[in-house]
Design a protein around this ligand. Sequence first.
Ligand SMILES: Nc1ncnc2c1ncn2[C@@H]1O[C@H](COP(=O)(O)OP(=O)(O)O)[C@@H](O)[C@H]1O
Ligand SMILES: [Mg+2]
Length: 389
Amino acid sequence: MQTSYVRKEGDMLKLPTDRPVRVGIVGGGQLARMMVLDAARLGLDLTVLAAERDEGSRGVIAVRDGDPNDPQDLQDLADSTDALTLDHELVPLEYWRAIESQGRVLHPGAETLQYTNKIVQRTAFAQAGLPVPPFSVVHTAKEIDGFASEHGWPLILKSPLGGYDGHGIMQVRSMDEANVMLEAAAGQPLLAEPHLPLRDEIAVLVCTSASGERVVYDPVRTIQENGMCAAVHVGEGVLDPAVASEASKIAQRTADLVGSVGILAVEFFVTKDGLTINEIAPRPHNSGHHTIDSCQTSQFENHLRAVVGWPLGSPAMTCKAAAMVNVIGTQAGDPTTRVGRALTTQAKVHVYDKTWRPGRKLGHVTAVANDIDTAEARAERAAQLLMYG
Ligand SMILES: Nc1ncnc2c1ncn2[C@@H]1O[C@H](COP(=O)(O)OP(=O)(O)O)[C@@H](O)[C@H]1O
Ligand SMILES: [Mg+2]
């Protein structure tokens, strides 16, 4: 946990003095839901813009129906609020830029949002000397073949935009399999990477306020299954302190490079050669859900404080270890019907009010303890009860 100050000039929101500060959130999933819960306590006046009927924020706020991909809906949201932020980064960059050019307060801003394109991001990070895995931007079968002859099969091919939870990335073992992805890309470039032998995956959340203040959460271990985050471990004994400290430093350099305000999540790969940056997300992140129950200030509260330029809260842990496990939809049906049983485990249960569907993230649980093994056992048990009964 660290705190520092990186003065950002001319970027302060002029806070209204005669009414609550109004913040617009683009997208209404579970990240918006968890921001709403904290915002209510802080007296922020939130408006959530969402298209889908069953997104997670509907249970806690009267959502404004609209399309985050529609320029007029975005403009209306900007016109009726003091600052805008995101639940997801799939909003078209040109619309975001157009609104920002009117002098509106947007965090992340367009400069930061452009890096959510995985090709832009990887290329810029490599140029800036940040550690990244070997990669190539490929358009043709010949280029993929060339990359494979250098690095060997299998390769990972990634769409530059719109990916999440492993959607938009594909492991390919041959040119035949690569051609499927190439055809789907319809002429758009792809990011090619070797399939790396990962020892570990780490994530670091950096929160930078519009006022320039910055806090950094303790680095966490993320455990991925099928390209989706399954669990997060944090606290004493979880990570090698030297690796954690290096990840924290690189994450802060990354936040500086992309001009981040609000939470920036930096995902790392750990291989035998050390740390490389996998990707970033300029918003609250699944790797930080544990902060609600294990830290003095949650990532959602600090993100909102940062967006409106309020002082940040301490990211220090209030326990020695914490484990978070995602609750994914299974054939056993809606996990909310099993919350009572899961509460016997001492884990904190968070359900998102989303329609049950197999494979969909429907909630998470966090357990805290004096050691990570106990926290992990409690959280795993709670998640199993919710997912399978
Ligand atoms: N080059 C790679 N080598 C090995 N595993 C990878 C590679 N790229 C991605 N993965 C695995 O897939 C997960 C999701 O990939 P990522 O690029 O983060 O996509 P998403 O945008 O869906 O999160 C990673 O967390 C990692 O577990
Ligand atoms: Mg990822």
